[in-house]
Design a protein. Structure first.
Lengths: 489, 231
């Protein structure tokens, strides 16, 4: 490969071979009277061998020829002619020529074998590097970038362009190195990107020297097929991921449907039973039973309404449409607003707010945070025994974060459930025992995360607690401080 | 309460119309119903109502527009009834001149309470402005800038009083954050909701016997505040 790359360089090698023989001739010329003719012949073999070893077969043969001529001219009597008088000298000369030629031949072969081995090793290294860098890529653009980068280096290209047509129109793209420049002329070479399933596109190459046959051609084809395989693998992976996502969302949808139909039918059944018995006239006009039935209808319609609201919220969260309308708000105000509204529903428990007056304002969506508190308190009401305390506390965790805690004296939740209780429709106890939508906590999680916070649950020595954090900063701005005013009236 | 108050209900759902007509007639109101916006406006013009109950989702025109067109000539209170529960819709309806906003499904007691508050408010608006507002143990003397609870004067700052006075002068009405901020702090401060949060907390602490029970100063989440005199 190297010979074809630089004609100037190989000319230089021939010149060097001649020079080596010239230098040897000059040196040996001083010793002509001391040394025997056969010894001189032996010494001449040295530069011939070296020339072949260093510069290849051609220069070696040339060196042998030159050595033969100079040996004859300078060292065989009569000197300074190409004539030979003694039979012995003729023999020496002949043997010398044969030996020189054979040495050149052998060394040259070994050398070109070595060069081929080196070239193969380099090819193998390049292919290894290519396949390791392509392995594990998840992105077709990255595959193109690496393929182009390595080809540019391996083939010493002026420019490379990849034109990729994927399985879907969205997968099609163009890539070129160096990027964002126009092609100087028509490409020297176009290699198809092809897999067993069909063509994926092509690689266009610009290089001044032609490709060496067959080694570089073979390499180029291997590059192209490696690239095509990597692209195909990426796309297969993507479609597999899409299929998995679809399957998962299908699974969730059917879980949702079965849960929703169960949750919808339960209150509907109660309402239907209550109303039909009231209309049927079996229930006396003024009786406790009548009041009970009416209260049940009232409660169950509220429950249905909450369920519909939760489903809407969940779908907003999942479609990413739940964007907090942030305002500077007081956590204590939001919490006490929720408590005031829930007082009726929470008569069975003691609700306590424990939030310091000097807790700074927090940038949150008032309505969404109200919902977080409502859901966490409802959940606590369901699981904590009656006449226990539910406590809402908030404190500065550090300069950037507020930590809010809604704790109750309910039973602990097994550790393995702690992370999963924020999943949709996840229940620690059997679904029939507890009413609810199975969405409350996942809505909390969605809201807190949309605010840039984090929510988790933990068991306390004497109960159970929901904790969440919220950032104090709003687009980098700290909470405002309001000027104090004196009481003048 | 005026027993013969005329209520106009504009809603496109026959079940709601049927239920409201039955219940309101039972409560001795005169009830007219319309299931389209234009029809409602025509009915209102022909026989001016004392109060309008309006659905936002009408087949022929937007509820906000009905609101705005009614406001061109009548100050009769408008209570919006809607399944739309976004705060933006509530604020938009209030900005268009609605007095109150109730989300479907609603309890009939809640609706009747809002109707009573609205009627009383419109009676005040037509008659002489009340200058002294009484709410349970609280007495707010607007011209003299004095607030008492159980006879004892409560010290308020100038801003606190201005805020309370604005809310009390509009007893029963939902006032949006914007309108309160503009009225009390000025238009330039209309976005500083944090002023309102902090001052409302101070007011509650000073006025409410139990600041957490919120009997008089009510928060309308995401919309604004309302001063309420409970009966």
């Amino acid at each position: 490969m190297r010979h074809s790359t630089a004609p100037l360089q190989s000319l230089l090698h021939y010149v060097l071979a001649i020079l080596t023989i010239a230098v040897t001739t000059v040196l040996l010329n001083f010793l002509r009277d001391v040394l025997d003719t056969p010894l001189i012949a032996l010494l001449f073999l040295l530069p011939v061998g070296l020339s072949t070893a260093y510069w290849g077969l051609g220069p070696g043969i040339l060196a042998a020829l030159c050595a033969f001529l100079t040996f004859n001219y300078f060292f065989i009597q009569p000197y300074y002619t190409f004539r030979v008088h003694q039979t012995g000298d003729l023999l020496v000369l002949t043997v010398f020529f044969v030996v020189a030629a054979v040495i050149s031949q052998l060394v040259g072969q070994a050398r070109s074998g070595l060069a081929a081995a080196t070239a193969r090793e380099r090819e193998a290294t390049q292919l290894y590097e290519l396949s390791t860098s392509l392995a594990g890529l998840q992105d077709d653009q990255a595959v193109a970038r690496i393929l182009a980068g390595q080809a540019l280096q391996a083939f010493r290209l002026e420019r490379i362009e990849l034109s990729v047509a994927g399985p879907l129109p969205v997968n099609a793209f163009e890539f070129s190195l160096p990027p964002a420049s126009a092609a100087p002329r028509k490409p020297e070479r176009i290699v198809p990107l092809q897999t067993a399933r069909g063509p994926l596109g092509e690689i266009r190459l610009w290089r001044i020297e032609p490709l060496a046959q067959p080694a570089e051609e073979r390499m180029l084809r291997i590059f192209a097929s490696q690239g095509a395989m990597a692209l195909e693998r990426v796309w297969l992976g993507q479609s597999e991921t899409r299929a998995r996502v679809l399957e998962e969302s299908d699974r969730l949808k059917s879980a949702l449907l079965s849960s929703v139909s169960h949750e919808l039918r339960t209150p509907l059944a109660t309402i239907k039973a209550a109303v039909s018995s009231l209309r049927g006239g079996q229930v006396p006009w003024k009786s406790a039973a009548r009041e009970d039935l009416l209260a049940a209808v009232d409660d169950e319609t509220d429950h249905l309404n909450r369920l519909v609201g939760n489903l809407l919220d969940m779908s907003r969260i999942e479609s990413g449409a739940l964007k907090p309308q942030r305002q500077w708000n007081l956590i204590s105000e939001i919490a006490s607003g929720v408590l005031a509204r829930m007082r009726q529903a929470a008569q069975s428990h003691r609700l306590v707010i424990d939030i310091s007056e000097d807790l700074p304002l927090v940038p949150v969506d008032y309505v969404q945070m109200e919902q977080v508190f409502t859901n966490l308190i409802s959940n606590s009401l369901k699981y904590a025994p009656p006449d226990t305390t539910i406590r809402i506390s908030a404190r500065k965790q550090d300069a950037l974060t507020v930590l809010v805690q809604v704790s109750n004296q309910g039973p602990p939740v097994p550790e393995e459930h702690l992370d999963r209780i924020f999943d949709k429709f996840y229940r620690v106890t059997a679904a029939d025992r507890v009413t609810g939508t199975g969405l409350g906590l996942s809505i909390c999680k969605g809201i807190i995360e949309a605010h840039g916070g984090h929510i988790w649950a933990e068991n306390l020595p004497d109960g159970f607690s929901f904790n969440f954090t919220l950032p104090f900063l709003w687009d980098g701005a700290p909470p405002p401080r309001l000027p104090l005013e004196s009481e003048t009236t | 309460m005026n027993p013969a108050a005329h209520i106009l209900v504009i809603d496109d759902e026959p079940q709601i119309l049927r239920a409201l007509r039955t219940i309101l007639t039972e409560k001795k109101f005169r009830v007219s119903i319309a299931n389209r916006g234009e029809e409602g406006l025509a009915l209102a013009a022909a026989n001016p109502p004392d109060i309008v109950i309006l659905d936002l989702g009408l087949p022929d025109m937007d509820g906000f527009e009905v609101c705005a067109r009614l406001r061109e000539w009548t100050q009769a209170p408008i209570i919006v009834l809607s399944v739309r529960d976004s705060e933006r819709d509530k604020v938009a309806a209030l900005d268009k001149g609605a007095d109150d906003y109730l989300i479907k499904p609603f309890g009939i007691e809640e609706l009747l309470a809002r109707v009573r508050v609205a009627l009383r408010h419109s009676a005040q608006a037509q008659g002489q402005k009340e200058t002294v507002v009484k709410a349970g143990p609280l007495i707010i003397d607007l011209p003299r800038h004095v607030v008492r609870r159980d006879g004892a004067e409560i010290k308020l700052t100038a801003t606190e009083f201005k805020l309370l006075a604005y809310l009390a002068a509009n007893t029963g009405r939902v006032l949006t954050h914007q309108s309160i901020l503009t009225h009390v702090w000025g238009a330039a401060e209309a976005d500083h909701i944090e002023y309102l949060r902090v001052y409302m907390r101070q007011l509650r602490k000073k006025l409410e016997a139990d600041p957490e029970s919120r009997r008089y100063l009510l928060t309308e989440p995401g919309v604004g505040y309302r001063f309420l005199i409970d009966e």
